[in-house]
Design a binder for this molecule. Structure first.
Ligand SMILES: CC(C)(COP(=O)(O)OP(=O)(O)OC[C@H]1O[C@@H](n2cnc3c(N)ncnc32)[C@H](O)[C@@H]1OP(=O)(O)O)[C@@H](O)C(=O)NCCC(=O)NCCS
Ligand SMILES: CC(=O)OP(=O)(O)O
Length: 328
């Protein structure tokens, strides 16, 4: 079955409550309508109640809960929660009361307080501003050092990866991960793959060098990350350092990396830094007309997912479906 159809169907089997803090954006309101109609999740929309009531003349919003953080009776409770979680980092009650009026902080506190199962934001808000409160309030899951993200790229008419499905990581969060963090990103992405796909994960650690063809400290980082990855996850099919063509194309792999367990058949591409990852996913999305589902966050203690500000309504619906699945 088609990947997107499958995740949406899986989400309907145990619908969760997801907060969408950007009720001021029409795409988000339309997505709330579709999510509710298709029973993918129960939606809480944050925004100005009057504006959203007006919007509901245009959109079918029955079944969607609407909260205005500025008028919410829970604002003081959430401010106290924020103060308690961050007081050792200099948070004051005054600052907490101010931050709670911001829908992204309010939504994150709803997640922390278990009032909702997850949050999706980023249609209007830049990635850093979505994740900073998440890192500070929700924090990492036990045993996780670094939160990262992955995009499921679905490339039309493509034989590479798993029938054109390839996870790209990290394309949204960590600007310049060190070797240890890069290895952890690879392990997290393999777990994300396993939660979404039926076949085995095959991880390529990407570089501009294949198996020593170039020498540079940027290559050394990927070589070191591959070594750490193989030690930490010996049963995971992984290899590096590989160029993108060696990772994906069997013929190139047989000349550049003969005998590699992954080269020519990778379905997970781990990029060496955020310049490469973010530019890479946007190029494939726009030039190859690939569907880019994500970014899917990995390693937070509760599911909070970002969007690209260029997202469509359908992108929002898809990320909400994935967020519901992560909340299971
Ligand atoms: C995500 C991001 C905002 C974090 O910023 P930062 O400056 O490191 O954040 P702060 O220094 O304020 O750290 C806040 C907290 O988050 C934690 N943190 C930061 N990055 C983290 C990560 N990847 N995983 C887990 N925790 C992280 C810090 O340890 C800190 O915790 P503490 O305050 O409890 O000690 C930053 O890495 C960023 O802007 N990334 C690029 C996002 C982007 O623009 N992407 C491109 C478009 S998608
Ligand atoms: C993921 C990403 O690149 O987000 P944006 O396009 O909003 O910067």
């Amino acid at each position: 079955m088609d990947f997107i159809k499958k995740i949406r169907e899986r989400a309907t089997t145990s619908p969760k409550t997801i907060v969408l803090p950007e009720g001021s954006d029409e795409r988000v309101v339309k997505a709330a309508e579709i999510i509710t109609k298709e029973k993918i999740a129960r939606v809480v929309l944050l925004g100005n109640v009057d504006n959203l009531k007006n919007a509901s003349k245009e959109f079918e919003l029955s079944g969607v809960e609407i909260i205005d953080p500025e008028l919410s009776p829970k604002a003081e409770e959430y401010a106290t929660l924020l103060y308690e979680v961050r007081k050792n980092k200099g948070m004051t009650m005054e600052k907490a009361r101010e931050l709670v009026k911001n829908p992204i902080w309010y939504g994150t506190l709803m997640v922390k307080n278990n009032d909702v199962d997850g949050m999706v934001a980023g249609a209007v808000t830049a990635t850093g501003d979505v994740f900073r409160p998440a890192f500070q309030i929700v924090k990492t899951a036990p045993g996780i050092g670094v939160v990262s993200s992955a995009f499921m790229m679905i490339v039309p008419n493509c034989e590479f990866g798993s029938n054109g499905h390839i996870l790209f990581a990290d394309c949204a969060i960590n600007p310049n991960p060190d070797a240890k963090q890069l290895a952890e990103i690879a392990v997290s992405t393999a777990k994300t793959w396993e939660s979404l796909m039926d076949d085995e994960p095959r991880v390529a650690m990407l570089s501009f060098s294949t198996k020593g063809s170039a020498q540079n400290e940027m290559v050394d980082k990927v070589v070191e990350a591959t070594k750490i990855l193989k030690q930490q996850a010996p049963n995971l099919l992984s290899d590096g350092e590989l160029q993108a063509d060696a990772a994906l194309v069997p013929k190139v792999a047989s000349s550049k990396a003969p005998g590699s367990p992954v080269a020519g058949r990778a379905n997970i591409l781990v990029f060496p830094d955020l310049n490469a990852g973010n530019i890479g996913y946007k190029l494939v999305q726009r030039l190859a007309k690939a569907e880019a589902v994500g970014p899917i966050s990995q390693g937070l203690a509760a599911p909070i997912n970002d969007l690209s500000r260029g997202c469509s309504v359908e992108d929002i619906v898809n990320v909400v479906a994935i967020t519901s699945l992560q909340a299971n």
